[in-house]
Design a protein around this ligand. Sequence first.
Ligand code: NAP
Length: 348
Amino acid sequence: MTFSVAVAGASGYAGGEVLRLLAAHPEFEVRTVTAHSNAGQRLIDVQPHLRSFGDIVLQDTTAENLAGHDVVFLALPHGASAPLAVHLSQDTLVVDCGADHRLDDPQDWDAFYSGDHTPSWAYGIPELPLANDGTQRDNLRGVKRIAAPGCNASAVSLAIAPGIRADLIESTDIISVLSVGPSGAGKSLKVDLLASELMGSASAYAVGGIHRHTPEIAQNLRKAGAHEVSVSMTPVLVPMARGILATSSARIKEGVTLEQLHAAWSAAYENEPFVQVLPLGQFPRTADTLGANTCLIGLALDVPVGRVVVVSALDNLVKGTAGAAIQSANIALGIPEATGLPVNGVAP
Ligand SMILES: NC(=O)c1ccc[n+]([C@@H]2O[C@H](COP(=O)([O-])OP(=O)(O)OC[C@H]3O[C@@H](n4cnc5c(N)ncnc54)[C@H](OP(=O)(O)O)[C@@H]3O)[C@@H](O)[C@H]2O)c1
């Protein structure tokens, strides 16, 4: 069976990546692409790497243009998806790459975003370990509304959740510093993202507990079994177009060994094609995940300070957005989960 697809925000980074992956997906047929300021242009004039889409033209992002498809991917600035989605049929599978439907708690939304909170949708990290021994994929089967995850939230949540579920680490003293590429901030022009500002330099941003993915990480770790979560995350902008390398650490519980930690993380992702725990002593590089729907994880025990240190790498535009969106859509539609999704990166 072929599912008809519309992609809104097709001129942006996330929408472009959804389209790159959909082009290789045997069960999806892209019929409509929409944009905002670029509406009216040919897709390949705005996204020249998407050659297979030929002369398809970007339409305005309206509910009318998105209607009549089996699947709609929304890759819009936060706040733009929710008002649009209410006008889309309940029979259509809608996957939102933005933040509008990720947070369960209105107070979290109010503290980190502007505008009104809208109800959360099924969350799109299928591999997220849940407290009951299942995974988040159990909550994605058959749904019609999916909230794809935040990219930084994916890197940190996948890195820490196994230790929470296995009750091997404390959930109240988690620290994560992430090296992130500027594509995570989207395609719009910003001075700090100019090559002259970025090349040859690294700079921290959203320092001091204000990054918007903080409540999303805490929500994910509560789903993994934590009662109380405190997580301090600091992203550092580095000169690589895409990719996230998150170094996260948490206090271990009394007497926990490195072997126990590695066994718990390995068990959590044992049968996962897209989340892989490396052998002890190995740590991932972003390059190994670029273009792939893969999150690689390496861990160590810092014995003198009693902390597990987990290094996770993923491509913010694939496992951090578009790949997670398509993987989750596959599950919702009953298509084999890995369909159309690359597991190999493009290093060097
Ligand atoms: N970049 C990432 O790594 C990443 C990761 C996870 C999640 N996300 C989420 O994905 C969404 C898109 O991010 P992005 O990085 O692709 O941003 P982007 O490159 O700036 O693209 C934004 C897209 O939205 C369109 N747009 C802008 N303003 C609009 C409006 N008022 N109404 C409707 N459409 C509008 C743009 O159209 P025009 O270009 O034609 O104006 C463009 O197609 C965001 O919610 C972001 O948080 C991104």
